[in-house]
Design a protein around this ligand. Structure first.
Ligand SMILES: [Zn+2]
Length: 168
C-alpha cells in the first residue's frame, strides 16, 4: 500500500504562509507529538512542523523556533520567532507549563546531529557513551540516550505510528 503524497499540500501551505495576511493562528492540520507540536516527516526523520515552516521560509534556524502565540501547533510565521533553549524554558516556566520529561523536542537537534550521534555512540564508552556525546553536542544525557535507542527521531522504517504525518 503506497502512502498518499502530501507534498503538494505542504508546498501549498508554505506558499500560503509566505504570503500570510492573517494575524490569527494557523493550526497544523496533521499529526502532532505528545506535547502538541505539529510534526512533519522530512526524509527519514521527523521535524517540528513550525520549525520546518521556518526553515522553508527563512532558512535553517540556528536557534529554537518559538511561538509568540503559545499555540504549539501553530505554523503562522508571524507568530514565530527565534530564541534560545533557555528562553524557551523561561517562557514555559513563566507560563507555568510543565515539560514532559525527555519527550520534549530539543530544537538544537538536526537530522545530521542525530546521524552523527548514532554513528559515534559506543555503549558504555567513556569517550563515546551517552554522557560524553551529551557534552559534545550540548544535550541532556537522557536525550542522547533517547536518540541512540530511537525513542525520539525514530527511523521512519520502524515507526508506523507516524503514518499520519506529512512527508516532504
Ligand atoms: Zn499562532
Amino acid at each position: 500500500m503506497s502512502k498518499p503524497d502530501r507534498k503538494p499540500l505542504w508546498d501549498a501551505l508554505v506558499e500560503a504562509m509566505r504570503n500570510v495576511n492573517t494575524d490569527g493562528c494557523v493550526v497544523w492540520p496533521f499529526a502532532t507529538d505528545r506535547d502538541g507540536y505539529g510534526r512533519i516527516r522530512v526524509g527519514r526523520y521527523t521535524n517540528l512542523a513550525h520549525r520546518q515552516m521556518w526553515t522553508e521560509l527563512f532558512g535553517e534556524p540556528d536557534l529554537c523556533v518559538l511561538h509568540r502565540c503559545d499555540n504549539r501547533p501553530c505554523v503562522n510565521p508571524r507568530h514565530l520567532f527565534l530564541g534560545t533553549n533557555q528562553e524557551n524554558t523561561a517562557d514555559r516556566v513563566a507560563k507555568k507549563r510543565s515539560v514532559h520529561g525527555t519527550s520534549h523536542p530539543q530544537c538544537k537537534i538536526t537530522p545530521e546531529i542525530v546521524a552523527q550521534i548514532r554513528e559515534e555512540y559506543v555503549f558504555g564508552s567513556r569517550t563515546y557513551g551517552t554522557f560524553a556525546l551529551a557534552r559534545k553536542y550540548n544535550l541532556h544525557q537522557t536525550t542522547v540516550w533517547d536518540i541512540v535507542n530511537r525513542v525520539i527521531w525514530k527511523d521512519a522504517l520502524h515507526d508506523s505510528a507516524l503514518s499520519a504525518e506529512v512527508s516532504i
